[in-house]
Design a protein around this ligand. Sequence first.
Ligand SMILES: [Zn+2]
Ligand SMILES: [Zn+2]
Length: 575
Amino acid sequence: MDSRTAAHVLRRIAAYLELNGENRFKTRAYLGAAKGLLAVGADDLKPLYESGELASVRGLGPATLAVVRDLVETGESRYLEQLRESMPEGLLEMLDLPALSPAKIRLIHQELGIETIEDLEAAARDGRLAKLPKFGPKTAEKILRGIATARDRGAMRLYYHVVVDARNLLNSVRSHPRVVRAEIAGAIRRRLETVEEIEIVAACDGDPVEVAQSWTRVPGVRRADGSGASVSITFADGAHLRLHCVRPSQFGAAWWLATGNTDHVRGVVERLAARGVTAAGDGFTGADGRALALSEETAVYDAAGMSFVEAELREGLGEVEAGARGALPSLIDRGDIRGALHCHSIYSDGKASIADMARAARERGWSYIGITDHSQSAFYAGGLSRERVIAQLGEIDELNEASDGFRILKGIEADILADGRLDYPDEILDRFDFVVGSIHSRLSMDRAAMTERLLTALDDPHLTILAHPTGRLLLSRPPYDVDLDAIFEKARDVGAAIELNADPHRLDLDWRHLHRAKSLGIVVEIGPDAHSTAGLDYMEIGVGIARKAWLEPRDVLNAWPVEQVLSFARARRGR
Ligand SMILES: [Zn+2]
Ligand SMILES: [Zn+2]
């Protein structure tokens, strides 16, 4: 019994308990134990169990340890089986739908006898669901949308979650005695916001087929396909791994092939073909019919007579042509970031004080932070009253006076009200260094009304940055319908910036649209939307997305020195 499978069983128990209406402490104990086991990352838990070491793993207590003992000794959990008998599988699937809490699923089950997603869909359509207490036509509609989104996404997961899994798998591939080099490829390397499978390329000292096949037999594998040097593996917890094993001389070619999307690969292969180089299996054959040694990726681009294309750009958005002309952008890097401009503190719904947020920003090598708590109408998030705004501005002045060099900027995340006005009178807005404006309510307006609302907001010269411009939540809430071209045009004309919200659940504005915004000359702010000091690290994910959008340091507001940021906001106000 391996850690991964055991953690998966513990998480399922937690889900069943929640559906059974058990108290949250009990549920949390199982989730905590799952986390602890994953951190141990053992291929076989038996020795740890027998030596007693398991009892000291963080998060494991008597009840969860008993489950693990069962798993180690028998390969299954009686407790899970017992719970399963009391709960139809379909109810667990419903846990993944956004509008349904476990309590609601329980109610639906008890009152309407619903046990499958299909039954649920029917009840949402024929009005039975809307009649339940605490339900209504809106909830029923949300559930229908959730079902549609769930079907749409299939096995998609957030980059942010998958990348952790991918790094763990990469470490175990690298620890194989016959593997001399291994790297992550595919969608994760391109830093796509959602990912279906983990792709790893490994250079082997020895027969690649043998190494690949040895992975189909590692603990935790539920299913494995492929009899050659490339295998596709599904683990017990549903994670997908595609592993390509090659000889070291072919590593660069294989890594390159497994990274770019189809359009990118096709574009480069066409250029190679024009030079007499053709694809053959995991490698390439030269004009003379001999296999080319392509141990490094750069050799592929050299052979195609073009510059090296960074992995994030390999999406078929014109990068092959730009690479041939030597006109690729010099992409922004983590080290180019000088500050963060969208951050919350304990004044609204953040978890850290302004001083702590500033310290954490400084530790990340930045020279400024903008504090942007929620405005007054965001009562759900502790939005700031006029008095609290004034208290906060005073605190920032004091902190700045005591600081040498590092600067805290006075900002606010002002709600854009339904009519497009910002949530404070001018007299308050005038006191901030800059204003982030965003929509948090009335998200279902139609396209014309939503566009009008945002255009009106952009008419207010106080608004420096339009934050999370489409309101999407990846894999759970689609973007609202809005005429982005009209928004871009307006933002450019008035000198406002557009946000790339770096919260891994948002990554809004989408990089495909940002790519277009850049070509129009719009300034982009990468906002971590941090609600804690740890949240500042979302910046890293945002930078990955910015790279996908071809952004360079000069395109990004928070890659500029603080004085330039302030004059950007002032210039906007002066217009
Ligand atoms: Zn927001
Ligand atoms: Zn925010």
